[in-house]
Design a protein. Structure first.
Length: 183
């Protein structure tokens, strides 16, 4: 059976953006316009809007507009998750954020990736690697999480850090590239 480009994307395989994925992105852009205009709405109404597009929205999860994402349906938020203003999630595959995780302003989470081989990139192929963020994590403003990263429960990521590898549960990482701080 031949997989669609969307099926390949969701499986983390090389895919080429096509009309179906373009339509999904257009629908997400329309939703983002509505969501980002909803800053003055009560949190409960914004929560309802989140549930229209995101794959999972836990109880009391909050994303403060403006917010930006590729598709939305690959984002899963646990209970009590908080994302501050101006966050970006490139969600070509699953991005999971565990219960009670707090994310500062302007944090960028990238599940989208591109081949390192120039010829493959020229062919227009892309892929994604899931990002998993555990429970009770704190991510400081301006941090960047690269594709394929797993952040363990209770970890802390310092403001402005660039996370290039997994972060163990309970660790605090800072810098570019982010490295564990001595305990």
């Amino acid at each position: 059976m031949n997989k669609s480009e969307k099926q390949k994307m969701l499986a983390g395989e090389l895919y080429r953006p096509d009309a179906e994925l373009g339509a999904d992105q257009a629908a997400t852009k329309s939703w983002l316009v509505r969501y980002n205009a909803a800053l003055a709405l009560p949190v409960s109404e914004r929560h309802t809007l989140l549930r229209e597009r995101l794959g999972q929205v836990g109880k009391d999860a909050v994303i403060r507009p403006p917010f930006f994402c590729d598709y939305g349906y690959n984002i899963r938020l646990g209970d009590g998750v908080f994302l501050n203003f101006n966050c970006i999630i490139l969600d070509v595959v699953d991005v999971t954020i565990g219960d009670r995780t707090q994310i500062g302003p302007a944090v960028q989470i990238y599940a989208a990736d591109h081949p390192r081989d120039a010829e493959t990139r020229r062919a227009g192929l892309e892929f994604g690697r899931p990002v998993r963020i555990g429970r009770d994590v704190w991510i400081g403003g301006g941090a960047i999480l690269l594709p394929g990263i797993t952040v363990g429960d209770g970890a802390v990521i310092g403001a402005g850090s660039v996370v290039t590898r997994d972060v163990a549960s309970g660790d605090t990482v800072t810098g570019n590239p982010a490295r564990p701080r001595p305990k």
